[in-house]
Design a protein around this ligand. Structure first.
Ligand code: TRP
Ligand code: SF4
Length: 335
């Protein structure tokens, strides 16, 4: 393989975003952050706090938004997203996102948005907010703008976001065809090989199910939460052989401590360990894993000026590219 860095070739650009709707948990670490951290060396990375996207569902209660943005960025950094390698910025600080969002909406067929599976699902399932708004329908158009503004060639996403990426690709094709240009770039999905982590109750880990372990939660809370996890339902007595693959606790060993996977499986299947003990050990390991993250978190919390500087230079670099794309697009539209 050629080393693109030493040959001075530009690295491929990627963009990804996260909505600041609350504190981050182990699901974010496994689902997105760990992957972002891995990609930093190979790609020109743009990691964005998608605060406009958060407002599309949280517009009735924006009080916590600012605090969540800061808190999330601190967790990104504490987990290992490195501002020397990656560009970290806040979506709403680069107004060109909204400008491109409108321009793309000119050419986006209404039917594509109405048929989008994530849209239909949210309308069906979310009952504690009013999502029957004009903006919410356009959610994927803003996401397309996020990506196209930087001409990102790839987007690290989970499977749930694939429909949005496909929509972005369709918008690019339509735009480029209509204005006889190759100005916009079709982004590819960089599918995160998910280590899917389930919540404490076996459903998807989510703030709204209250089944998560937060990245900033202390040892007491972690121990209590791990003890509350469901285990193999067929294992009632200590002497019953366990079925690790039916046990959520085991899946945590497999995801976070692959080096221990065999041992954890073996001692469960041969009933060499009780569930309480097995969970106690998992909790201890998770606490150990989170300790350095929480240590860095504390240091970062004491130096908020540093965070502001990171976001300021992130915004500056993002703006530079965004302005270029907008100038090209406006030129095509004669405005
Ligand atoms: N919709 C994404 C999510 O909910 C967040 C997001 C916003 C995003 N803009 C993006 C992801 C651009 C990738 C690229 O997870
Ligand atoms: Fe699950 Fe551990 Fe109990 Fe086996 S011993 S069922 S892996 S908690």
């Amino acid at each position: 393989m050629t080393n693109s860095k030493s040959e001075g070739m530009a690295k491929k650009r990627i963009l990804s975003g996260m909505r600041p709707t609350g504190k981050l948990h182990l699901g974010h670490l496994v689902g997105a952050l760990a992957n972002w951290i891995k990609l930093q060396d190979e790609y020109d990375c743009f990691f964005m706090v998608a605060d406009w996207h958060a407002l599309m569902s949280e517009y009735e209660n924006p009080e916590d938004l600012k605090a969540n943005i800061l808190d999330n960025v601190i967790d990104w950094l504490a987990c290992g997203v490195d501002p020397k390698k990656s560009n970290i910025f806040v979506q709403s600080q680069v107004p060109e996102h909204l400008e491109l969002y409108f321009i793309l909406s000119l050419v986006t067929p209404l039917g594509l948005l109405e048929r989008c599976p994530t849209y239909k699902e949210q309308l069906r399932e979310v009952s504690n907010r009013d999502l029957s708004t004009y903006a919410f329908l356009g959610y994927p158009v803003l996401q397309a703008a996020d990506i196209l503004l930087y001409k990102a060639g790839a987007v690290p996403v989970g499977i749930d976001q694939l429909p949005h990426l496909e929509l972005a690709r369709q918008i690019v094709r339509k735009f480029n065809h209509l204005y006889k240009t190759d100005c916009l770039v079709e982004p590819e999905a960089l599918l995160t090989k998910t280590n899917r982590l389930l919540g404490l109750d076996g459903r998807k880990m989510s703030k709204s199910y209250n089944n998560y372990i937060g990245l900033s939660e202390g040892p007491e809370v972690v121990r209590k939460k791990v003890q509350s996890m469901f285990t193999d339902p067929e294992r009632i007595r200590l002497t019953d052989r366990g079925h690790p693959h039916k046990c959520n606790v085991f899946s945590y060993y497999a995801v976070f401590f692959p080096g221990m996977e065999k041992e954890a499986q073996d001692r469960c299947a041969k009933s060499k360990i009780g569930c309480t003990e097995c969970k106690k050990e998992l909790a201890a390991k998770l606490i150990e894993l989170l300790a350095p993250v929480q240590q860095r978190r504390q240091e970062l919390l004491n130096d908020k000026k540093h965070i502001q500087e990171i976001l300021f230079s992130g915004k500056a670099k993002a703006s530079e590219l965004a302005k270029k794309t907008i100038a090209e697009v406006r030129d095509l539209l004669k405005v």
